[in-house]
Write a protein of this length. Structure first.
Length: 326
C-alpha cells in the first residue's frame, strides 16, 4: 500500500516519505540514463522535461489534466522539431504564457507553468540534437513521471487556488515579460548554460505574485548555498564518480524535501545540477549569476506590476473594482 504523503504534517514539517521519494528517483533514472547513454544530452534534457511535466501534472491537476497536458506537449514538441526556427518557437512560447493565466483563473492549477519548463528543456535539447528522438524521450519521461506520482498517491496534492481575471493577466504578463528578458539574455550570452536563467525564472510562476518577494529572496539564498557546496567539491578535487554519487544523493534529498516550506529543495537541486554537470569554477559562476539575475528580475517585475495594476485599479469605478477581484 502506498504511503500517504500528508501523514505526520501536524507536528513536523512535511516531507515525502522515503518509499515515495525512492520511487520517484528510480522512475526518473529509468528514463534519464538510457536517454543520456543512447541519445545524448539532448535526449536527457527532453526526458527531464517530460518527467517534470508528468509528475507535476498529476500532483497539481490530477489524471485528467495529465492526460490533456501530455499529448498536447508532445504535439508542441513534434511541431518544434518539424518547424525549426526562432519565430515559431517564440509563437509557441507566447501561447503557453497566455495559457498560464487562463489555467490559473479557470482551474486554479499551474500545469502550464511546468509545460513551459518542459518547452525550455526541449529547446535546450534541440541545440544538442534536433532529431525526432527527443519526442520519444519526452514521452518516456512523461509516462514515468505521471505513473510514479499516481502510483504513490500524490494526485492533487497541490491545492487548487483560482485567481481573479486581473491576477491571471498579471501572472501571464509576469511570466511573459520575464521570459522575453531571459530569452534576450540567452541570445546575448550564447551559451547553453544561459538556459539556467530561463528555467529558474519559469519555476517562480508557480508562486502567487503577492508572495514572490519573500519567496525569491529565500530561494536565492538557498540556491547560492547549493552553489557553494558544489564549488567545495570541485576545490577538494573529488573524482567524477564521487561527484555523481553526491549529485544523486542531493537530488534524492531534494525530491524528499520538495514539499517542505523551507527552501531545502532549491539548495539541494542547485548543488546536484552542478555536481552532475562536471562542475568547474566557471560553471559555478554561471549558476551564481543566473540566481542573481532571476532574483533581481522577479523583484523588478513584481514591483513594476504592483505599480501598474495599483494605478489601473485606482481608476476603476467601485463596481468594476469589485468585479475584478471576484
Amino acid at each position: 500500500m502506498a504511503d500517504d504523503p500528508q501523514k505526520g504534517k501536524g507536528a513536523a514539517a512535511p516531507v515525502l516519505p522515503w518509499p515515495t521519494t525512492l520511487t520517484l528517483v528510480g522512475a526518473a533514472m529509468v528514463v534519464l540514463l538510457p536517454s543520456l547513454l543512447l541519445i545524448g544530452q539532448g535526449g536527457a534534457f527532453a526526458a527531464v522535461g517530460g518527467f517534470v511535466l508528468g509528475a507535476f501534472a498529476i500532483i497539481s491537476g490530477g489524471m485528467g489534466m495529465a492526460l490533456r497536458a501530455g499529448p498536447a506537449m508532445l504535439a508542441v514538441i513534434l511541431c518544434l522539431i518539424a518547424i525549426p526556427g526562432y519565430a515559431f518557437a517564440t509563437l509557441v512560447g507566447l501561447l503557453l504564457v497566455i495559457g498560464t493565466g487562463f489555467e490559473a483563473h479557470r482551474y486554479g492549477t499551474r500545469v502550464v507553468v511546468f509545460a513551459i519548463f518542459t518547452y525550455l528543456t526541449v529547446r535546450l535539447g534541440l541545440l544538442q540534437d534536433g532529431s525526432w528522438n527527443l519526442a520519444l524521450t519526452y514521452a518516456a519521461g512523461f509516462i514515468a513521471g505521471a505513473a510514479a506520482t499516481h502510483w504513490r498517491r500524490l494526485t492533487g496534492m497541490f491545492p487548487k487556488v483560482k485567481i481573479s481575471r486581473a491576477e491571471a493577466v498579471a501572472l501571464a504578463v509576469f511570466i511573459g515579460i520575464g521570459l522575453l528578458i531571459t530569452d534576450a539574455l540567452m541570445a546575448w550570452l550564447q551559451t547553453p548554460r544561459s538556459y539556467w536563467i530561463a528555467l529558474l525564472f519559469t519555476m517562480r510562476g508557480i508562486m502567487p505574485l503577492q508572495a514572490q518577494r519573500a519567496a525569491v529572496l529565500t530561494f536565492g539564498k538557498a540556491a547560492s548555498i547549493g552553489v557553494v557546496i558544489a564549488v567545495l567539491a570541485e576545490v577538494l578535487g573529488l573524482p567524477t564518480e564521487v561527484r555523481l554519487i553526491l549529485a544523486l544523493i542531493f537530488a534524492t534529498l531534494g525530491i524528499r524535501y520538495v514539499v517542505h516550506p523551507r527552501p531545502f529543495a532549491s539548495m539541494l537541486f542547485s548543488a546536484a545540477v552542478l555536481l552532475c554537470s562536471t562542475a568547474t569554477l566557471q560553471d559555478a559562476i554561471y549558476r551564481a549569476q543566473a540566481i542573481v539575475i532571476v532574483v533581481l528580475l522577479v523583484l523588478f517585475l513584481v514591483a513594476a506590476l504592483d505599480w501598474v495594476f495599483a494605478r489601473i485599479v485606482d481608476r476603476l469605478p467601485d463596481d468594476a473594482e469589485d468585479g475584478a477581484g471576484a
